[in-house]
Design a protein around this ligand. Structure first.
Ligand code: FE
Length: 254
């Protein structure tokens, strides 16, 4: 699927990049936000797609400078190619302060390591061109140091692994009920707890959201679909809600 502009107005653009995934690597979405002459890429992905994502990002930037690299958390599908991005651009990379000492294990050149910047637990506001992006706490969903991005101009909420779906070939959810099986198993095993979901929902419901855009699979477009997604999360038992009840047991020899 080719790159797709999700929003465009007065020099502010939100682009979902062409899908370069495939093979054994989990499908992942790369999003670019541009305001005026500055851009940001969200969760740029690993080595397998690095060259293609970099090239397409420059096409979409249309001469704007890549100012920020946003890393929602520490997983390889997000940070593995961070060194390449920092070496070939002047961007600063932003990740939870919990992961700043761990990401260099992927191999960060001495010349670029100081451009890996910590996000405090409470989140922050990042300037982009004449606009600003809100870096929102989403800890334990699933990583213990985890952030989402809200763009108040396009009203897109980028939710990383939250809302992720697997193995469906559409980019927009049309039938929520039919979509649930593509999300359920992932959320039950990867998300930490319903308490984390409810803490996040209390914050997310204060936002004016038109699109929820996860890092894997389809997006939720329009207020009605966003509300359906939030309702689904409200009572969903995940992570320790499920596993804690089952208990852990010493494995047996098979
Ligand atoms: Fe992840």
């Amino acid at each position: 699927m080719p790159s797709e502009t999700l929003f465009e107005r007065d020099g502010h653009r939100n682009v979902l990049l062409e899908d370069f995934g495939g093979g054994a690597a989990v499908q992942s979405n790369q999003h670019v936000i541009i305001d005026g002459d500055e851009g940001m890429i969200l969760d740029p992905g690993g080595h397998k797609i690095y060259g293609k994502v970099l090239a397409e990002t420059h096409v979409q930037l249309r001469g704007a400078q890549l100012r920020h690299l946003f890393l929602s958390h520490q997983d390889p599908d997000i940070v593995a190619a961070a060194n390449g991005w920092l070496m070939t651009t002047d961007a600063e990379a932003w990740i939870s302060k919990l992961w700043v000492r761990f990401v260099p294990h992927f191999g960060l050149d001495r010349l670029v390591v100081e451009r890996l910047r910590p996000i405090p637990d409470e989140g922050m506001i990042l300037p982009l061109g004449a606009s600003e992006l809100w870096i929102l706490p989403a800890h334990f969903l699933h990583s213990c140091g985890n952030f989402h991005v809200y763009d108040p101009i396009s009203k897109i909420l980028y939710t990383g692994d939250l809302g992720a779906s697997l193995d469906r070939d559409y980019r927009v959810v049309r039938d929520f009920d039919a979509h649930v099986p593509a999300m359920e198993g992932f959320h039950r095993r990867y998300m930490a707890s319903n308490a984390a979901l409810r803490a996040w929902l209390r914050m997310a419901r204060e936002l004016d959201v038109e699109i929820v855009a996860p890092q894997h699979g389809a997006s939720f477009v329009g207020k009605e679909m966003v509300a359906r997604f939030f309702e689904w999360l409200e009572t969903l038992e995940v992570g320790i809600d499920v596993m804690g009840a089952q208990g852990y047991r010493i494995p047996r020899r098979t």
